[in-house]
Design a protein around this ligand. Structure first.
Ligand SMILES: Nc1ncnc2c1ncn2[C@@H]1O[C@H](COP(=O)(O)OP(=O)(O)OP(=O)(O)O)[C@@H](O)[C@H]1O
Ligand SMILES: [Mg+2]
Length: 461
């Protein structure tokens, strides 16, 4: 906080603060606005944030609270979103939705103050910075570094800004294990958040996740290490989330869970995931199967890729596999990708009386990970797969093409939210040069099994 105030006082022109949640960003920004307006009698202060609600409710209620408490502007009315000392000396809130309102301000001293800057549009930023023509103009932008596709990230990359970084681990409450700054981040909050945003990593196990130690961070008071997931990075450590640099299921984790010899015996349950081909007659439909075992990890027995002439043929083939397993005394748990063209296969399978789980990737998650916010079924099925690998409860087929796909599927954040989703398939495709069908079929197989276990009975969905 001191560093921010000093930078403003030293007339740094462009100041960027990227910080964890609950550090006191909004409080500090309000103080800066009040300090500026009451220090320079010829000043204008322009304030905004990611949304009008944010500006009005958070930033401005704090600005008013401080102004009132310190009796900063005697004789001046403290408005909802304006404090006008004289005609040319005022502080005002600018709606982030109306760039025109942000233009045309002139004064010897101008301060632009932006809270929650990651959510700000470039247009409004351009309009605001257009006012910074004078020698003494300054801008302070405060953000939580959750999204690299943002004005603050570009600002930091440009090298033109004074960047101040705040990690929750540095906060006095957290350093001292107290609650001396009421309402701000605490050790308890961090511990609660890492449980849902991250996972503990055991340093004694030469785990794939720890192969690079920079992927983990320590909570010094407990000595425990946690994985630097995107949410933990942005919201706890105040670091730009490395969403696009980490595979969700790292290659090391995959390679540690491959089987080399397996003799099936007494299998009564088998799981099969089916990724239906999109370009009918061009791509193959991919089947991935697992033998479910009582006395050891489930074994991925293999893949089938079959080029069917149409969806009916695919459905018939699935029924064939189902009947075939049944005749061997094996229950086949089927999960198919029901998104898009897969719906056609679903319809046909229903008529054929084959029980199966139809997974629409865009549907809501079933809540297999309480406390984790997962945006949709596709993300949840990859969480299931990863968890099973971490638990050592499955072993994968040794097949390089599949491993390559699995390790290149990445995590993203649902826009404007804190929920996880998988990266857009198109991006994965671009990087991989093809669709991750083997990976999807495999995740589907495991997801179907989890659904069966959670619903207890075999369902015809
Ligand atoms: N210097 C301070 N002295 C006393 N209390 C403070 C101080 N700074 C912040 N607080 C309190 O800490 C809490 C969090 O502050 P604030 O809302 O400014 O944090 P923030 O970083 O903007 O949070 P968020 O990430 O939710 O936007 C508030 O209850 C605020 O009153
Ligand atoms: Mg805030």
């Amino acid at each position: 906080m001191e560093e921010i105030f000093q930078a403003v006082e030293a007339k740094e022109r462009k100041i960027l603060v990227r910080s964890c949640n609950g550090a006191g960003k909004t409080t500090a920004l309000a103080a800066i606005c009040n300090w500026y307006l009451s220090t320079y009698p010829d000043s204008i202060v322009l304030t905004t944030a990611s949304s009008w609600i944010q500006v009005k409710r958070n930033l401005w209620s704090e600005i008013r609270r401080q102004a009132r408490a310190a009796k900063l502007y005697p004789g001046t009315k403290l408005g909802q979103t304006i404090i006008q000392v004289t005609e040319k000396h005022f502080m005002i809130a600018i709606s982030p939705c109306i760039p025109e309102n942000a233009m045309g301000f002139h004064a010897p001293h101008i301060l632009v103050a932006v809270d929650e800057a990651t959510g700000i549009d470039r247009e409004i930023m351009d309009a605001l910075t257009g006012n910074l023509t004078g020698v003494d103009a300054q801008i302070v932008m405060i953000c939580n570094p959750i999204d690299k596709d943002s004005v603050p990230y570009e600002a930091e990359q440009s090298g033109e800004w004074k960047v101040i970084h705040i990690s929750a681990l540095e906060h006095p409450n957290v350093q001292n294990g107290t609650n001396e700054i009421r309402g701000a981040v605490t050790r308890e909050w961090i511990e609660d958040r890492v449980r849902s945003w991250s996972m503990e990593v055991n340093l004694e196990v030469p785990d794939a996740l720890l192969a690079e130690s920079e992927r983990a961070f320590e909570l010094p008071w407990s000595g425990k290490y946690y994985r630097k997931t995107a949410l933990a990075q942005a919201r706890i450590l105040g670091e730009w989330a490395q969403l696009d640099e980490i595979g969700f299921i790292p290659m090391e984790l995959i390679e540690d869970h491959i089987w080399h010899t397996y003799t099936p015996s007494g299998v009564t349950l088998r799981a099969m995931g089916v990724d239906i081909s999109r370009g009918l007659g061009k791509d193959a439909t991919v089947y991935s199967t697992f033998d479910v075992r009582e006395d050891g990890p489930d074994i991925q027995t293999g893949f089938h890729t079959i080029l069917d002439e149409d969806l009916m043929a695919t459905a018939d083939r699935i029924k064939e596999k189902y009947d075939d397993a049944k005749s061997q005394g094996i229950e086949l748990v089927i999960a198919i990708d029901d998104t898009g063209v897969g719906g056609g296969v679903s319809d046909r399978l229903k008529r054929l009386d084959v029980p199966f789980y139809a997974i629409n990737f865009n549907n809501r998650a079933r809540g297999f990970f309480p406390g984790k916010e997962i945006a949709n079924a596709r993300a949840e099925m990859y969480f299931v797969l990863r968890q099973e690998l971490l638990d050592g409860s499955i072993l994968l087929k040794n097949f390089k093409r599949f491993h390559q796909e699995l390790s290149s599927v990445r995590l993203a954040l649902a826009r404007h939210g804190t929920a996880y989703k998988m990266e857009d398939k198109d991006l994965t495709k671009q990087r991989l040069g093809r669709s991750p069908d083997y990976a999807d079929a495999t995740a589907l197989a495991r997801y179907g099994l989890s659904l069966k276990r959670s619903l207890k009975t075999a369902h015809l969905l």
